[in-house]
Design a protein around this ligand. Structure first.
Ligand SMILES: Cc1cc2nc3c(=O)[nH]c(=O)nc-3n(C[C@H](O)[C@H](O)[C@H](O)COP(=O)(O)OP(=O)(O)OC[C@H]3O[C@@H](n4cnc5c(N)ncnc54)[C@H](O)[C@@H]3O)c2cc1C
Length: 301
């Protein structure tokens, strides 16, 4: 059986960065990834200093190439299906093709995923509809846009943020009611709010052109932002009874240690209320790797 110092689930920026730091610290690492990173739907990642505009796949390839210089880091392109406690202090990790790996530490860097309430949004998400203005606002500056937000507080937040990139946008609540005050605040800035349910998104090859409402009205646009809800795709945190607060945020010591001994988290997995970014996740992976290495050093000295 393969025995590792740490198994890392997820080779996004968080898991890659943690693997690099732990590999350089001479720890034996098994890093797993199944290619379901949520940014795989987009063609460019922006805002990571020295990598502005890079393709998500290229980012991962460069990260994995750098890891290949460290012989104690082992990468597996596999899905982790099951993780359970092994003996008193270890974990046994099973892949969907039946392989088992034993590890002293477990780092969950497996990210989050989106849930959308609008039909066929996936046809446009990542090409002309996005979630984060910091990531994609620059490319959509001064264009005719939409904001799709089910909740008024999200719509107001996104409107205030987007206003500096473009002042020409329509807010679509997709059948949800907003307060008179909220609508008034937006209308004062000439921002239209449509509360009808969205019937269909119309466009070509990922590029949105119109939103069709159930009333038959069509709203023209060339892109926009959507506020999805987020969830964690794996049950591992719950299985190990890691503490999660009422906002869905995993409780840690600020350095990635969860309330379950030897289980650590890094990156976007921490919060389902607000997603992160490549650079934040990478920085978090570095920070949490230091915690893991520190704990291993203390335990084994
Ligand atoms: C459309 C879109 C555009 C974006 N644009 C930008 C941008 O321009 N700039 C920016 O900074 N950010 C951008 N982001 C956000 C960015 O992608 C995330 O913030 C970042 O990838 C989070 O990093 P992470 O390492 O925490 O998680 P992820 O990158 O999501 O990595 C998690 C990894 O875990 C793996 N995984 C999950 N479960 C398992 C399992 N059971 N077994 C094996 N592997 C598993 C997945 O395959 C995935 O690769 C964008 C996101 C989207 C959706």
């Amino acid at each position: 059986m393969n025995i590792f110092d740490c198994v890392i689930v997820g080779a996004g920026p968080a898991g890659l960065s943690a693997s690099l730091t732990l590999g350089r610290a001479r720890r034996k690492i098994a890093l797993f990834d199944d290619g379901t990173n949520r940014n795989r739907v987009t063609t460019q990642s922006n805002g990571f200093l020295t990598r502005d505009g890079i393709k998500p796949m290229e980012f991962k390839e460069i990260g994995l190439r750098e890891l290949s210089h460290y012989p104690s880091v082992h990468f597996f392109k596999k899905t982790i299906q099951n993780i359970s406690k092994y003996r008193s202090n270890q974990f046994i990790v099973k892949t969907d093709d039946g392989q088992s790996f034993i590890s002293d530490k477990l780092l969950l860097a497996s990210g989050i995923q989106e849930h959308f309430s609008v039909p066929n949004i996936r046809d446009f998400y990542g090409k002309s509809l996005f979630n984060c203005p910091y990531c994609d606002g620059w490319e959509l500056r001064d264009k005719q846009l939409i904001i799709i937000a089910d909740k008024e507080e999200h719509a107001l937040h996104m409107a205030k943020l987007l206003y500096n990139w473009s002042k020409e946008f329509v807010i679509l609540s997709n059948g949800n009611k907003f307060s008179k005050e909220g609508i008034h605040e937006l209308q004062k800035r000439n921002i239209k709010v449509k509360t009808e349910t969205i019937k269909n998104l119309i466009g070509d090859n990922g590029y949105i052109q119109q939103v069709e409402l159930t009333s038959g009205e069509k709203v023209n646009c060339v892109g926009g932002f959507v506020v999805p809800s987020f969830y964690r795709p794996n049950p591992f945190l719950e299985q190990f009874n890691c503490e999660i607060n009422e906002d869905g945020e995993v409780i840690t010591d600020g350095l990635g240690r969860t309330s379950c001994k030897n289980v650590y988290i890094a990156g976007e997995i921490k919060r389902i209320s607000s997603p992160s970014s490549l650079i934040n996740s990478a920085a978090d992976g570095y920070k949490v790797a230091i915690s893991i290495n520190h704990d291993l050093s203390e335990e084994r000295f």
